[in-house]
Design a protein around this ligand. Structure first.
Ligand SMILES: NC(=O)C1=CN([C@@H]2O[C@H](COP(=O)(O)OP(=O)(O)OC[C@H]3O[C@@H](n4cnc5c(N)ncnc54)[C@H](O)[C@@H]3O)[C@@H](O)[C@H]2O)C=CC1
Ligand SMILES: O=C(CO)COP(=O)(O)O
Length: 338
């Protein structure tokens, strides 16, 4: 199989390494828009900027060729950019008349540009707008890039309504320490991937304020309820939220110190501004951008998401970390459940 990974950040690089290392006969190309970054990766046989100290296996090539040229002859296209570049990348693939399966790795809802109305879209909705002819899907689940690059066991979910996409993802990545599950519930998988990042910011805040393990377990339990409520209202199956892209990725991202979203919460608790926290990461923290669209989307379907809404208030600088906690604790008593 010939596969190309578009976007040479931490996750695209790790997954390209994983696919090339463990699948004999695969030709894996890691594509970056920045020619200088490609030169550096070629020289170092690693990605010093985004995933240092992880050596590229022999089967991994890097490329900065024009995208329309780079995708020729590929059997599978993986989009590994942040959510903010998904639309433009899909437009470029549509213009290049790509006919093979395409899957994205980004986790979030599209941000609504300032001054524009409407709700932020899920990745598959963006694709339906700009490249409806593509057979497409998402690869998601609890997966820190560094652990995948090191070859540590990781389970992922290949989500698509198209059997051909689920099959291509399994063929490319179900190998060695990577194990894939298939799921047709693209809505559930994408809602899980977006909302867990917002909850990870909240969990970082909770831990940064030393609120305790009881508080963190409570936050994650109610965060899972919020995620499920929103997903079901948008058409997802409730059981998807008990799976890898729901509970699984929530647990990982909210409690694992490799998470950038969790780190944002920890830094806000220390008193850093949002700009300072984001600048210090050197990588994207999607929850910062998705939080607003998640809450807007929930409001549009009449779903209450108190934790996510509080994260938005905090990110916008309208409340302090301490006030965020007080606000959640002071809510009226309610019956447990969704
Ligand atoms: N890092 C991780 O462990 C995981 C990340 N993800 C998701 O994958 C997505 C990417 O994350 P990371 O790789 O960690 O981000 P990163 O911040 O490490 O790298 C982002 C990369 O995207 C590139 N990029 C931005 N716009 C682009 C465009 N228009 N065309 C081509 N490349 C472009 C940047 O140059 C950079 O190399 C995010 O949505 C993230 O939530 C999902 C699972 C695991
Ligand atoms: O999605 C991830 C793990 O599954 C990575 O989370 P962060 O973006 O918070 O690092």
């Amino acid at each position: 199989m010939n596969l190309i990974v578009i976007g040479a950040g931490a996750w695209g690089t790790a997954l390209a390494i994983g696919a090339a290392r463990h699948t004999a006969g695969h030709q894996v190309t890691l594509w970056a828009r920045n020619a200088q970054q490609v030169q550096e990766m070629q020289a170092a046989r690693s990605n010093p900027r985004y995933l240092p100290d992880m050596a590229f296996p022999d089967g991994l090539q890097v490329s900065a060729a024009p995208l329309a040229q780079a995708v020729q002859g590929m059997d599978l296209v993986i989009i590994a950019t942040p959510m903010s570049a998904l639309r433009s990348t899909l437009q470029a693939l549509a213009a290049a008349q790509v006919r093979v399966p395409v899957a994205w790795l980004c986790k979030g809802f599209e941000a609504v540009a300032a001054g524009h109305s409407g709700v932020g879209l899920m990745p598959h909705e963006v694709c339906a707008q700009v490249a409806p002819q593509l057979a497409s899907g998402a690869l998601s689940g609890p997966s820190f890039a560094q652990e995948v690059a090191r070859g540590q066991p990781t389970l992922l979910v290949a989500a698509s309504r198209h059997a051909i996409v689920r099959q291509a993802l399994l063929e490319a990545f179900h190998t060695g320490p990577l194990r894939l599950y298939a799921n047709e519930d693209i809505v559930g998988v994408e809602v899980g991937g977006a909302v867990k990042n917002v909850m990870a910011i909240a969990a970082g805040l909770c831990d940064g304020l030393h609120l305790g393990l009881n508080a963190r377990a409570a936050l994650l339990t109610r965060g899972l309820a919020e995620m499920t409520r929103l997903g079901v209202a948008l058409g997802a199956k409730p059981e998807t939220f008990m799976g890898l892209s729901g509970l699984g990725d929530l647990m990982l991202t909210a409690t694992g110190d490799l998470s950038r979203n969790r780190k944002v919460g920890l830094l806000l608790a220390q008193g850093l501004t949002l700009a300072q926290a984001v600048d210090s990461l050197g990588h994207v923290a999607e929850g910062v951008y998705s939080a607003h669209t998640v809450v807007q989307r929930a409001q549009a379907v009449g779903v209450e998401m108190p934790i996510a809404a509080t994260v938005v208030e905090l990110l916008d600088g309208h409340i302090t970390p301490q006030a965020a906690v007080q606000r959640l604790m002071a809510r009226d008593p309610k019956h447990e459940g969704l």
